[in-house]
Design a protein around this ligand. Structure first.
Ligand code: 5RP
Length: 226
């Protein structure tokens, strides 16, 4: 990652803390942009702000512990005031592709449990049509080959079982991820609904109608899209 891209992510990630108020419980997304949000949150906690976070990945949990952000979970009847998360693509309707980092299921659960969702991205993630990144789909390992064939028959141009260092990538939930390219996606809601009907699909990386604001880190500053 170039220094310029990192700077754009830092700008977007840090800006998001301006929406945080004392006493809030916050959904903490995943990825290198949200890293900056969590680091900044740690500074606010050190200054006395009372907040709690619900992490959407084991990696995020580690960052929160590192920076001193207190954590909670859903077992305690937690209601989330705000969730802050990254994305791999954002379209003009604020529909998203997520899951590049493999945390899409927990991210979707956390984001869906929150009253508001702010997405933090560097400007390369803002697109006019979703699709170029591909759609990460989390699937149950048992029979994943059948699930893959069913998805292939749905207009998928290429589909790959995600690997990491030549090993099959396993999500925090013990599942596999299929990275599927459908070309540009005309109707993300329909595609998501169809994919969810395939037995073996746990969740898709299409996040439709969930986002309230998008904070875009740019070379010359930061832009808030509402
Ligand atoms: C992980 C995600 C991330 O939010 C997404 O990949 C963006 O990451 P980054 O901020 O590192 O570009 O969806 O599952």
């Amino acid at each position: 990652m170039t220094d310029q891209v990192e700077l754009r992510k830092k700008r977007a990630g840090e800006k998001a803390v301006e929406w945080i108020e004392d006493g809030m419980t916050i959904g903490l997304g995943s990825g290198s942009t949200v890293y900056w949000t969590i680091k900044k949150l740690g500074e606010l906690v050190n200054k006395g702000m009372k907040i709690k976070g619900v992490p959407s990945s084991i990696r995020t949990e580690g960052w929160a512990n590192q920076f001193g952000v207190p954590l909670t979970d859903f077992q305690q009847g937690t209601e989330l005031d705000l969730a802050i998360d990254g994305a791999d693509e954002v379209d003009p309707s604020f529909h998203l592709i997520k899951g590049g980092g493999g945390s899409l299921v927990r991210e979707k659960i956390v984001n869906a449990a929150s009253k508001n969702l702010i997405i933090v991205v560097d400007e390369s993630k803002v697109v006019s049509n979703l699709g170029e990144f591909g759609v990460p789909i989390e699937v149950v390992p048992f029979g994943w080959e059948v699930t893959e064939r069913r998805i292939s028959q749905m207009g998928c141009r290429s589909i790959q079982l995600r690997k990491s260092e030549n090993e099959i990538y396993v999500s925090n939930n013990g599942n596999y991820i299929l990275d599927c390219h459908f070309g540009y996606i005309e109707n993300a809601m329909n595609l998501h609904a169809q994919l969810k009907q395939v037995v073996g699909v746990v969740e898709t990386g299409l996040f439709i109608g969930m986002t309230d604001h998008v904070i875009v880190g740019k070379d010359n500053g930061v832009q808030v899209l509402r």
